[in-house]
Write a protein that binds this ligand. Structure first.
Ligand code: UD1
Length: 311
């Protein structure tokens, strides 16, 4: 038996990562979460899972005896919204940078492999498409900057202390258990608006693109990264570019429901124009590739919404 710590394990990507880890019979999971945006109900009740209510910003001197035989830390606890980061820069830097520092210290003391949840937002406005890992990192918002700072800290720990570090740059992740509310992503906002019969908002002309990756594909990447011998930085995306307008059309088609009205808003501050991943490095070094198409992923996501709520 080995134990794996998942920070943010009660959150969206975290809870799917816990599910993926539990498919391995010899693994115990320790979830560290402050339940700010995560929820207990996301984590399965299972004797192999322990839940610890803990804020990583305050984890200066972890009670290490509590974490025996830990072979890996998957660090997902973060502020994950570009808009929320813009509204709360201090909270974002404290959570995404100081929180990462404390998680790295924990991994160093435990001599555990470290998987860091980075983001396509570290690249900023793409200079070429598809984006590969050698693309310059010039973030255009506080969120991207905070993720880059965390990533660079993790790489420093790898260089200076020999910690095994894999940094995964996720593209736009969606799927069941996505967080709702004002800081949620475009897929959540479109689905909720359509289901409630409310207007949909499009920022800019709607031709901006994103590479939408299904959450279970991301969870598989996390687990593969943890148990591989690979180190370094890998993009986790599908290689498919979809515009916001096309996305609305696919969601409408899948749901069989048109938007009541589209409200066109000015472009959002800090938004990039295009995004598409080159994931060749992950395929070569982690043996990972995306498996779920946008249509299939949206079908599964919509089913979850319809089962989980009273629309
Ligand atoms: C998202 C993620 C972030 C990740 C990043 C990678 C969320 C909350 N944030 O940010 O963690 O690192 O992807 O790119 O998932 N839009 C509309 N109408 C809406 C909402 C959004 O037109 O109601 C547009 C936005 O202006 C943007 C695009 O949709 O152009 C995507 O927005 P969003 O889903 O918020 O994602 P990112 O900002 O890319």
């Amino acid at each position: 038996m080995t134990s794996v710590i998942v920070t943010g394990g009660a959150g969206f990507i975290g809870s799917h990562t816990v599910d993926e880890l539990l498919k391995l019979p010899e693994v115990r999971v320790i979830v560290l979460d402050n339940f700010r945006s995560g929820s207990r109900s996301n984590v399965p009740e299972c004797p192999r899972v322990s839940l610890v209510n803990l804020d990583l910003r305050k984890l200066e001197d972890p009670a290490l005896s509590f974490f025996d035989e830990v072979s890996g830390v998957i660090h997902l606890a973060a502020i994950v919204s570009v808009e929320e980061a813009y509204m709360n820069p201090r909270l974002t830097i404290e959570t995404n940078v100081l929180g990462t520092l404390n998680a790295l210290e924990l991994a160093r003391k435990l001599d555990a492999k470290f998987v860091y949840a980075s983001s396509v937002a570290v690249y900023g406005e793409p200079q070429k498409i598809p984006i590969d890992e050698s693309h310059p990192t010039i973030p255009v918002n506080i969120y991207g900057l905070s993720k880059l700072m965390g990533e660079q800290l993790a790489m420093r720990y790898s260089e200076d202390y020999g910690l095994g570090v894999v940094s995964l740059r996720y593209f736009n992740v969606y799927g069941p258990r996505m967080r709702g509310g004002p800081y949620s992503g475009v897929i959540n906002k479109f689905i909720e608006a359509l289901l409630r019969g409310e207007p949909v908002r499009i920022f800019g002309d709607g031709d901006q693109t994103r590479d939408f990756i299904y959450v279970e594909d991301v969870a598989r990447a996390n687990v593969k990264a943890l148990f591989s011998h690979a180190k370094g930085i890998f993009n986790i995306g599908t290689g498919v570019e979809t515009s916001v307008k096309e996305l609305l059309a696919v969601i409408s088609r899948t749901l069989g429901k048109e938007a009541r009205e589209v409200i066109w808003e000015p472009p959002r501050k800090g938004d990039v124009r295009r995004s598409r991943a080159c994931y060749e490095a992950a395929q070569t070094h982690l043996g990972w590739r995306p498996e779920v198409s946008l249509e299939e992923g949206l079908r599964r996501t919509l089913n979850w919404y319809l089962n989980a709520s009273s629309y």
